[in-house]
Design a protein around this ligand. Structure first.
Ligand code: ZN
Length: 431
């Protein structure tokens, strides 16, 4: 008999989303590794065994059992692109947008993201943590067990370090695992208005060395979930923000310091951001709403994951969504994320993102689930640690009150997740 801490059994469908060879591409994205009448055994926070209920009940002796009859059991969602640590809110700007102002116009008037920068700079570390923790609680309740979190609302050394510290403390004190990304090149702060090149020099020469200096490295290495890169560096490559040349300069410097690379590219305009992503073989290229076909082909030749953010198009009331079908048929691994942020998409729910991806980007429910779990884990270099129910991986598991996985995409606007298991511990349980 195998001794286990917890056995979840009798699931109508257990989705392993297994993909031992790396992220899912093309038709693999539609394969969820479904086990009917499935069960999963957990020991010491990790998955000890997965299979049919009959098989596991014959071999596993568990301290606790959960009957998942009539329900779907699947891996916890991984949200690989968030700006969830921030202070304040921007509902006034939302009203301006409804009346016709565009996001880039508001930003050009030094509103938009600059309002969040001001609020985040004014907030104490404790205030920043308290405000962000509430959002993480909601994310967890909606089934997100791991998330990437970006800085980028400090835009000076003191406040970027404050954001990193907030992410670190939240990772340690909240059940979710958080993976930090340094996004000092999110925007040009007021004090550098009109001088993006000079600000970028400052980011490369002053900020990057500070955020990666030895004492921080030691802390991250000890406390963060194990992943290949120390942490990530990201840049907003977009008309009116940073050029391809500037993005290349920053990401190359970050790579030299051992950071993993990410890029915000082609959200509103195509200026070659996706081609740069392919050139540098970044871990993920994100947004990709306007990426031309020839740059999709370039990405397909690399291991870069395309992180698509339909919640942002929805949040802005745009008709333009990323062309998920083109990425999937080219063989680019596609992931989904919320992009939760106070300007364009304050949405904690990966369930809603899946529903949107199916309607606005033509993804099938199965593809969207692969994109929100295993491929999302690969987008933050945690594909070996989570994103699927495979033996040895962290036991991050959801039980949804739905009879089959299609309901996850078909129904929207409510929380279908009843039970959340994080690292083998039940952190949410409802009837
Ligand atoms: Zn973003």
């Amino acid at each position: 008999m195998i001794q286990a801490d917890l056995l979840v059994h009798s699931a109508a469908q257990l989705l392993t989303v297994a993909s031992p060879e790396g992220p899912k591409r093309g038709e693999e994205m539609g394969e969820l590794g479904i086990i009917e009448d499935g069960a999963v055994a957990i020991k010491d926070g990790r998955i000890a065994m997965v299979g049919k209920t009959e098989e596991l009940q014959g071999q596993v002796e568990a301290e606790e059992q959960i009957d998942a009859s009539g329900r779907v059991v699947m891996p916890g969602f991984v949200d690989p692109h968030t700006h969830v640590v921030f202070a304040g809110s921007r509902e006034g700007e939302f009203e301006q947008q409804i009346r016709g102002a565009t996001y880039m116009e508001i930003m050009a008037r030094r509103g938009g993201v600059m309002n969040t920068v001001r609020a985040t700079r004014e907030a104490t570390l404790d205030e920043l943590i308290a405000q962000s923790r509430k959002r993480l609680d909601t994310m967890l309740a909606y089934g997100t067990t791991t998330a990437e979190v970006k800085t980028g609302y400090g835009l000076d050394i003191e406040n970027e370090l404050k954001m990193l510290e907030a992410i670190r403390i939240l990772d340690r004190t909240h059940p979710m695992d958080l993976v930090p990304t340094f996004l000092g090149a999110r925007a040009v702060p007021d004090e550098y208005a009109g001088r993006p090149g000079e600000y970028l020099d400052f980011v490369i020469e002053e900020m990057l060395p500070r955020v990666t200096k030895e004492e921080w490295r030691t802390i991250w290495e000890k406390e963060m979930p194990p992943h290949r890169s120390l942490f990530f560096c990201d840049v907003y490559c977009e008309e009116g923000l940073f050029t391809v040349e500037e993005a290349r300069r920053l990401l190359t410097a970050a790579k030299d310091l051992g950071l993993g690379l990410k890029i915000h590219a082609d959200e509103f305009s195509s200026i070659g951001g996706a081609a740069l992503a392919a050139e540098l073989e970044v871990t993920s290229a994100d947004h990709l709403v306007c990426t031309p076909p020839e740059e999709i082909e370039l990405l397909a030749k690399t291991d870069t994951v395309a992180v698509l953010l339909p919640g942002t198009s929805f949040g802005l009331g745009r008709r333009a969504y990323a062309n998920a079908r083109a990425f999937i048929s080219a063989g680019v691994p596609v992931a989904l994320a919320t992009d939760i942020n106070p300007g364009t998409c304050w949405c904690e729910s990966m369930q809603f993102i899946i529903a949107l991806a199916c309607r606005q980007m033509g993804m099938t429910p199965a593809e969207a689930i692969s994109a929100a779990t295993i491929n999302a884990a690969h987008a933050i270099e945690l594909g070996g640690e989570g994103g699927s129910l495979e033996v040895g991986k962290k036991a991050d598991i959801l039980i949804l009150d739905i009879p089959n996985y299609s309901h996850l995409a078909y129904r929207f606007g409510v929380n279908l997740v009843k039970t959340v298991i994080k690292g083998g511990k039940v952190v949410k349980r409802s009837a």
